[in-house]
Design a protein around this ligand. Sequence first.
Ligand SMILES: [Ca+2]
Ligand SMILES: [Ca+2]
Ligand SMILES: [Ca+2]
Length: 218
Amino acid sequence: MYRFFPAVLLLILWALPAAAVVGFADVVVEYFDSGNGTLSCPEAQGGSFPPPAVTPTCVSFSAALGDDPGYPDTPADYVSIPQDSFLTLGFVDEVIYDGPGDDIFILEVGDASELADIYISSQLSTDPGDYTFLGQANGNTISSFDLADIGFTDQVRAIKVVSLQNGGAPAAPGFDLASIEALQFQPTPVPALSPFGATAFVVGLLAAGVWRLPRQML
Ligand SMILES: [Ca+2]
Ligand SMILES: [Ca+2]
Ligand SMILES: [Ca+2]
């Protein structure tokens, strides 16, 4: 199993939030690219709205993380999730729970055919079996969800957005996810991890893996 160490480490480093925002999604748990986008991007296709996108553009996943302060008075950055692709975002400095009324807002920008299925999980998991269907989100609006509607009483730590349409193609194909907001949540402490601490952590894990490799091969 130790040959998987580098991949696991990359996932950990990737998942470390640059600046977690309480009340909003913090990390990318998983991205599946169906190939229905226009570009082959290092991370994702997307942009900033308004104005409507006219040119296919690559963006960072961070466009879907955190808040879009000032929107709609100021533009919101977004990740376009092409049809049959999905993006799973996680929450690290809060957990969402069922409180009075709506619990989750999902902001989609731009007016095209852009439906998405929304799944939730109590874990930062890539296993489809850990996810429960919550409902459908629509385009050009803030879709709101109440966990009570499906009787979900566990905490929510990950939300998976599965794009069902490719509206807005070719400039912004599919569900243009600007942000996921937790309305009912409990803040959770995140251990402070300085760049030095992160480096030491990774080197330590690598050393453990390298040290064990020869023993595995004997
Ligand atoms: Ca957060
Ligand atoms: Ca609720
Ligand atoms: Ca955004």
